[in-house]
Design a protein around this ligand. Structure first.
Ligand code: DX5
Length: 220
């Protein structure tokens, strides 16, 4: 099995020096940056918009993905693509017309992803597989970093892998929430191509580089 990519979430970063934080994460060796966009309605927290993402874009070469934890993502999809996100991920729970939303993202030239909360089934995915590049399985209830990994989601990761492998196009499976050196191996072995890591990297006492390497060590 190929080792998964490590995607750094900047949710818990120092917002007073965000460009420096993404530069530090690039230096630490992460593979991507994930922007946890929250509107205070879909989840009980608010974070940043496309302007903040765009301000950080020139500072690193890493791919950016926008994880839109927002009630109505359609009106802002283009903003995050224009800000430099290669992948835009919406929540199925917030998209009554998911097939159209995903095709809009693809029409803008970005990779289209769908995220599912812990209690949400993957039954719908088969109906949008023709528009899908990315499935994000949440292993915490979205809204905050530093939460405990929900191991019960591993069966859903395996199910997402099985669905993704049915597609004629490459579909990546990503896991997000509570990922650390202690929890990373199981979702990877269940089929994840990408692991989103926030606090385990950002809050590590020995720094982002050591934290990233510790996680890579368990993924061999
Ligand atoms: C929850 C967020 C977090 C974040 C990762 O809405 O999506 O999962 O990206 O945070 P940690 O790694 O601290 O759980």
């Amino acid at each position: 099995m190929n080792a998964p990519a490590i995607v750094a979430s900047v949710l818990g970063a120092d917002y007073s020096r965000l460009a420096g934080e993404v530069r530090d994460l690039q230096s630490a060796g992460v593979d991507r940056i994930q922007w946890d966009v929250m509107d205070g309605h879909f989840v009980p927290n608010m974070t940043f918009g496309a302007a903040v993402v765009g301000a950080c874009r020139p500072h690193v070469d890493l791919p950016f993905e926008a994880h839109l934890m927002v009630e109505d993502p359609d009106p802002v999809l283009a903003d995050f693509v224009s800000a430099g996100c290669n992948t835009v991920i919406v929540h199925v729970e917030a998209c009554p017309h998911l097939h159209r939303t995903l095709s809009m993202i693809k029409g803008m030239g970005a990779r289209a992803g769908v995220a599912v909360n812990p209690s949400t089934s993957l039954d719908f995915v088969a109906h949008v597989l023709d528009q899908l590049d990315h499935i994000l399985v949440m292993t915490v209830n979205p809204g905050f970093g530093g939460q405990e990994y929900i191991a019960a989601m591993e069966d859903k990761v395996a199910e997402a892998r099985e669905i993704a492998d049915r597609s004629e196009r490459p579909v990546q499976v990503e896991v997000d929430g509570g990922i650390s050196a202690d929890t990373a191996a199981a979702p990877w072995r269940a089929g994840a191509d990408l692991l989103v890591v926030g606090s385990a990297i950002l809050d590590h006492p020995d720094g982002k580089g050591v934290a990233t390497e510790e996680i890579r060590q368990v993924l061999t």
